[in-house]
Design a protein around this ligand. Sequence first.
Ligand SMILES: [Zn+2]
Ligand SMILES: [Zn+2]
Length: 371
Amino acid sequence: MSQRSKAVVAREIGKPPAVEEIEVQAPRHGEVTIRLAACGVCHSDLSATNGTISYPLPLVLGHEGAGVVTAVGEGVSRYAVGDHVVSSFVSMCGRCHYCQTGRPQLCVQSLQALYTLPDGTVRTRDSAGCALNVFCGCGVMAEFATVHSDNVVKIDKQMPLDRAALIGCGVMTGVGAVVNTARVEAGSVAVVFGCGGVGLNAIQGCAIAGAGMIVAVDTNQATLELAQQFGATHTFNVSGQENVGKALYKLTGGGADYAFDCVGVGKISEQAWGVLRRGGTAVIVGIASPKDQITLNAQQVALSEKTLTGSYYGSARPAQDFPRLIGLYRSGRLKLDELITRTYSIDEAPQAFADLTAGREGRGVIILGAA
Ligand SMILES: [Zn+2]
Ligand SMILES: [Zn+2]
C-alpha cells in the first residue's frame, strides 16, 4: 500500500528545499517502509541543495533519520513491523569484498544507491506522479520512507528516536573518524578543524578515546564554546589569524598527533597536515567539492612519516557501531541531548536549512510523526 507523506525536496540548485506532499510506495523485495520520528539536518543535505555535492534533482533529502518499521517487503527476515531503526546512508550488502573484509562503509552496493534504492529505482513520486530521487538511498527527511533493508540498523526500543537519528550520520562520522579510522590513543594531542555537527562529534570522540589535549578550531565563537562542552580542552578562533599553522604548532607544544579536517576544504586539509608533529596522522572527514585539490611537500611526506587518510562515515560498521554508540550514550559518555540545539517541524525545514547556511552552532533536528 502506498502512503501519502510530507517530504523535504530539493528541486533546483541554489534554491532552498521545499516541503511537498509526496507518495511513498510499498516496499518491494528486500525493502522496508519506515515512519520517521526525527531526521537531523546535515551539511551534506545542504551541499546537495547548493551544488557542492552534485545529485540529480529532484531529490528527497535526509540521511540521518530514525523511525519505526511500518511495512516489510518480501524476503525481509531481519526486520518486522514495529522495529525501531536508524538509517545508514551506506547500503551494506554483506557479500562484496568490502563487506566481507569488515569495511562496509565502502560497500559496492552503496555506489548503486547514491540517489536511488540499490536496484536503481525509487519508491517516491511527487504530486504529478514524477519519480523523486532519494539522498544516498535514504530520503528520510520525510514522514515516511521506503528504503532497502541494507540501509537500516535495528536499535533498542528504549532508545529515544530523536537522539538515535543523530547516530545515523553526524555522530557516527565524527566519533568514528577518531575511534575507528585514526584509532586515537589515550594521552594524544588532537586538533579538530570545524566544529559543526561532525566536528563536535570528532571532539567528543577524542574525549572518549582519552586524548590529553583536544584543540577545537573554528571561526565562530559560540561554536567554540559549545565545543568545550563536548570535551575540547583548548579553543582556537581562526578569524583574523595570519598564520594558523604556526599558532597551532605553538599551542600544541610542537605539533599534534592527530588532526581532523571536519570541514572538507583543501586548504583546511593542508592546515591539518601542517599542524602534525612527525609521525602524526591527518584525517579528512568533511566532503570537499570535487574540484578542490590539496598540495603536500613530497619530500616532507617521506621524511616526516606523517599519514594522510580519508574517513568515510567514520569507517563505520553500522550494525556493530550504532549499538555501541547507543551504549556510550546510555553510560553518559556520549553526548546526544546537548547536540540538538534546535528542533523544527517538517514545515519549518526551509528555516532549518537557512540556519545551517548561517552557520548556527550544533545540530538542527526535524521532528516527524512517529514516537
Ligand atoms: Zn550527513
Ligand atoms: Zn557490500
